[in-house]
Ligand binder design. Structure first.
Ligand code: ARG
Length: 474
């Protein structure tokens, strides 16, 4: 290609680069660093090589490469892959702009540029990066699916084992009604199980192949996209080449998914932080997931939970940031899209690590059932008192008022509600019978809530079953 007149300024870093032909002036060194992505997209080295081999094979089948040339490429890439795997790949600063150029440069050194120079026929890095990211993400999401399944198994096992223990349930962080500890665990467990269902949906859309889309308009050598997709383990193709190179919905959707999961995780962590404080004391965190204070020797801090809560903000930030990055860019590939890589890498690591930490925390947590019991107070049975009269035929609006009067009386007498005499109760309403005593029983209170989804033993057991089914993908 003809160079522009008067632009040649001697040594030009652009000269050694893949697209260097048109560029005769040197790049600002800061621009080189600003532009390069090799230091993070190297994470995709294996996917990039697999994609290149599939590409070469498909080109061999179209007569663009001979069988010998294909074999040389395949063999050369085996060495490149080995170098990355053993950390001996030498990145050429200022030359290896990204993982695609680095791999091709090294291939040329190993097998000669005569053959390596044919590899990129009809191909664009635009389709390469989209392919690499999707392949990588598909693998990572499968791992995350496994981590999430492990967390759910711990929830199910604990919920079954510790079903007897009753604790206060809260609204507005005020004591509300007695619940089973297992019911609390399952309240988050089922949210996480729903996240698992969502994840399985997201994975399907991640696993579509953009390879063969070209720079934007498609491939001019009738490359067999289906064969390449099959070789790489994709389920489907992306059917519009312009969309194929531009689409980062799979990144956005993954991060929206991860943000939702981390939102659940953050609230779960917040509950446990509160429950592990001395004032509550319902749970004790294992040493493995706590740290001490450098100043106060008595302290044991729930750092793991605080980090889970804190990292949820970071996960959400990556999602919001990328959506802002993408929203204004014109059709097909623009370099802005390179900004989808780092947030994705960090998001996936954050979410994957967080799920494993949460699993560690939950599986080593020690509960203090006596503290849970001690935190229950008779006034938490005020609704049960109202329900007692409902069963005697009194309208609920009336019973709610009567029960409120009993609470007020107990407060006035400075006596717990369950210690009021039968006469005192009757002074509030004549319809209280002797059997009212049975109402002042936390176990009875939870057992009364036996409709599906409630806190009775049978309802909680059913929730465990539901969770297990969701785990199996039913
Ligand atoms: N490193 C680039 C990215 O991550 C690869 C695609 C480059 N394409 C281009 N037309 N400059 O987005």
């Amino acid at each position: 290609m003809a160079s522009k007149q008067g632009e040649s300024k001697g040594s030009a870093p652009g000269k050694n680069m893949l697209w260097g032909g048109r560029f005769t002036g040197g790049l600002d060194p800061l621009m080189v660093a600003y532009n390069e992505s090799i230091y993070y997209d190297r994470a995709f080295y294996a996917q990039d090589i697999a994609g290149s081999i599939a590409w070469a094979r498909a080109n061999k089948n179209r007569g663009i490469l001979t069988s010998d040339e294909f074999s040389a490429i395949e063999k050369g890439f085996a060495q490149v892959r080995e170098e990355w795997a053993t950390n001996t790949f030498e990145i050429k600063p200022g030359v290896d702009e990204d993982i695609h150029t680095a791999n091709e440069r090294r291939l040329g050194e190993i097998i000669g540029t005569g053959i390596a120079g044919k590899l990129h026929t009809g191909r664009s890095r635009n389709e390469q990066i989209a392919t690499d990211m999707r392949l990588w993400l598909h693998e990572e999401l499968r791992k995350i699916e496994g981590h999430l399944a492990n967390l759910l198994k711990v929830v199910a096992a604990r919920a079954e084992q510790e079903i007897e223990h009753v604790m206060p349930g809260y609204t507005h962080l005020q004591r509300a009604q007695p619940i089973r500890w297992s019911h609390w665990m399952l309240s988050y467990g089922l949210a996480f199980a729903t996240d698992l269902q969502r994840l399985r949906e997201v994975v399907k859309r991640v696993n579509r192949s953009p390879l063969g889309c070209g720079a934007l308009a498609g491939n001019p050598f009738d490359i067999d996209r289906d064969a390449m997709a099959k070789e790489l383990g994709f389920d489907e193709l992306i059917y519009n080449s312009m969309a194929g190179v531009a689409d980062r919905d799979f990144v956005v959707e993954t991060m929206q998914w991860g943000s939702t999961l981390m939102l659940h995780m953050s609230r779960w962590a917040e509950d446990l932080i509160v429950y592990s404080s001395a004032e509550f004391g319902f749970v004790k965190l294992a040493d493995a997931y706590s740290t001490g204070s450098s100043l106060m020797p008595q302290k044991k801090n729930p750092d793991s939970l605080e980090l889970l809560r804190g990292k949820s903000g970071r996960a959400f930030g990556h999602m919001a940031g990328l959506m802002m990055t993408i929203k204004g860019i014109p059709s097909t590939y623009n370099k802005d899209l390179q900004e989808s890589v780092e947030p994705l890498l960090d998001h996936v690591k954050t979410v994957g690590d967080s799920i494993q930490i949460a699993t560690g925390v939950l599986s080593t947590l020690v509960i203090q059932p006596d503290k849970m019991l001690a935190a229950l107070t008779p006034d938490m049975l005020a609704t049960d008192l109202a329900d007692y009269l409902v069963r005697k035929g009194v309208p609920f609006r009336e019973t709610h008022h009567i029960s409120g009067q009993v609470v007020a009386l107990a407060e006035k007498e400075k006596t717990p509600m369950d210690q009021l005499t039968f006469e005192q109760l009757q002074s509030v309403d004549k319809r209280f019978d002797k059997d009212i005593e049975e109402t002042f029983d936390y176990q009875k209170s939870v057992e009364m809530r036996s409709a599906k989804g409630g806190t009775s033993k049978s309802s909680v057991e059913e929730q465990v079953k539901v969770l297990k089914k969701m785990l199996e993908g039913q």
